[in-house]
Write a protein that binds this ligand. Sequence first.
Ligand code: SF4
Length: 689
Amino acid sequence: MIQSLLTRDVRKVPDRVRFTGRVLLLTEDPALLHRQLAGEDLPFDPSAPVGSPTHPKLRDNISTDEITPAYICYYFDDTLGQFPYLGLKAGEEFPLVRGSVRAGGFVASVAGTRRGKGSSREASPYAEMHAGIRIVIAESIERIYRENCQNLGVFTSTDFSLIQRIRDGEEIALEELTRGEGGISRGIVEYGGLFNYNVARLQGKVEVPVVTTPERPMTIAEKIFARHWVLDAAKEKVGIPAVQPGDQGFVRTDIRFSHEYVTPMAAIFFEELVGKNEPVNDPGSVFFFRDHLTFLSQVMRPEHVEMGLLDVANQLEAKQRIFAGEKGIKLYGELNRLNLHGALSAQGSEAICHSKILEAHAEPGQIIIGSDSHTPHAGAVGCIAFGVGTTAIFNSWITKDVRVEVPPTFRVTLRGEKPRNVTAKDFMLEILRHPYIKGGSAIGQIIEYAGGAVASLSVDERATMTNMAAEVGAFTGIIAPDEKTVEYLVGQRGITPEAARALCKGLYSDDGATYVEEIEIDAASIRPMIALPGDPGNGIYIDEMERDVKIDIAYAGSCTAGKKDDMDMYAKVFSEALDRGEKVAEGVRCFIQCGSQEVFAYCRAQGYDEVFAAVGATLIEPSCGACINAGPGISRTREEVTISAINRNFPGRSGPGQLYLASPYTVAASAIAGRIVAWDADARQLAHA
Ligand code: SF4
C-alpha cells in the first residue's frame, strides 16, 4: 500500500456538466468535414433518414489507428493534443490536419458504429482530450476505447439527442452520462477518472458492490474470474464461489505487461500522480517490452525524421528502460550486436510482448493484462488475457488488480476436419465475416473457441485465434486447456506433465453454462481466405476473387504469424517452390519476421534461414516492424499491394498501400506466384486464384 495515497484529497466532479464548444461530426463525406473545419456547424437530426441533408452518414469503424496513427504515438505527453484524427479517412481523403480540432473549438466528437476499434492505445482518447474533446458520442463504442475514455475522465455516450443539447449550451446531469453503467464505471466517471476513483477506493470513500452470485454452471472464463475476484484489497482476500455476466468488481492479476508505446506515458502518470520514488507493487510479475519500434530508424520517412519524430520515438525506449531499472522490472529489450564495421547496433527485439508472454509466462487459469489489444493471444493456453489502456496499467502497478465487468461469453464451435491448406487464420477470417461479429454484437464479449477442429490445432495455431479476438472486438478469446496444452507447457517451460495437468485442473466450461450466442461452423467447408483491404472483416474465399491481384510485398511476421508453426508453414511452401526451381517472384519483396529470439533460433536450427535465403525472402529479427508501420515490409505508395499474415488491415496500418490479410500458406504461395493465390496442399503446386 502506498501510504501517501491514503491522505490524498479526492472529490467527485460536479453533478451537472456543461460542454462549451462545438460538435464535430465525423462524416463519411470529406466535403462535410472540410465545411466544419472552416467553421460551419452542420444540422443533425438523428430521426431524419441517414444520408439526408440533416442526417449525414457518419463514419463507422473509426479505429484508434485513424485517431492517432502509430507515428503520432511517439509522443507521450499533451503534445498529442495537436494530432487527433490525422489518420481519419473520409472518401479518399484525410481531411484533418495538425491542430484542426483545437483550432475548431470542438468539445464533442460524433461517429457511427464501433468507434475506437482496433489497438488499445490510450493515446487516442488522450489526444482527443488534449485537443479539447470532452465527450465522445457514437452509435456503438468499443470496450477498451470506452474504458480508456472513462479512465481519463472523457465522457462517452450513445445518445445522439445530446448533440443539440450541447449546441444549446444546456447543462446535462452527470447521471445521464452514466446511465446504464455499472457501479464501478459510474464511480470512475463521477470521480473524473480511474486514478482518483482508486484513491477513493483505497481510502474507503467508495464501496465496490459486493458480488453475491450463487453457485451456478459457469464457463471457463467465469471460473477464472471467480477464482481471482478481489473481496478485500487491503486483506488480500481473493476468490468467490461464482460470477455471472454483469458482475462488476476488481480481479487480482497474475501478470501485467506493457510495451514501449505505453510504458512511458504510464510511467509519467505514476511519477506525477503517485510519486517518483514510490515502489511498484510486486515488480516481479510486471514485464516491459521493447518490441514495436526496434526497426523504426530503417523506415522512417525523411520528412518525419526532419520533424524530429525519430528523436521523440527514441525517447520512448529510453524512458521505459530507465523506469524499468528504477523499479526493478524485467525488460525484454532490444539486442545490440556488432555490425560489419565493428560497432554495436540494434538487431531486433528479444521478443514481441505476446510471443514471449505465451512462450515463457502464461499459465492456464491466470489473469493477464497487457497494454495491447492482442493480449488475448495468451488465451491459447486457457487463461484470461485482455488488453487495457495506459491508465489501467499504471493503476495496476499500485493495486495489482484491474476492474472488470464480467462479459457474456459466446461460443464458436468448429466441427469437422479442415482442408490441409486451411489454417487458424482462415478460421478467423471466416469468423470475422459472420453477421454476429460484423454487426457488432460480439463487442466486449468473450469468445470461447471449441470443437474438434480447434482441438486439433497446435497451441501456436490456437494463439492465432485468441490473438484475433481483438479484431472480433471481443473482451478476450479463450480455449480450454487439454493434452496439447500440457505438451506445450512441458516443452516450453520444462515442467512435468503432472505439474502441467495440475494447472489445467477444473478449467473447462460446465455443462449448462450460459452462452449469449452459439455459432457452429463446419471446418471442412472453409477454403483459403483473404481479407480485402480496409478491414479484417472483409473476408472472401480466394477462389471467389473476381480478378488477379498482383502483389508488390509479401510480409510474414508479427505476433499473429511469427510463431514456430508459422515458420513451418512458410518454410514448407518455400521448400516446395525450391524443389520446382522457383523463387520469390521478380519484383516482389518478401519478408519473414520472427516473433521472438526463440523462434529465430528455431528457424536456424531447422535450416529455415537457408530456405528463406535461397528462395529470395529476407529473414528479419524479432520486432513488430511492418505490422505497426515501423519496419521493413511497409508499403510506400497507395498503389502498392501487400499480402500479409498480420492480424489487421485498417487504413494506414502498414503503410499507405492496399493491404490484404491471409494465412501463412497463402502469403508464401503468393510471394512465389507474384499474385494472390492459395497454396494447394495436395497438388504441391500453386492453385490459380
Ligand atoms: S506485432 Fe503487430 S499486432 Fe502484434 S503486438 Fe506488434 S504491432 Fe501489435
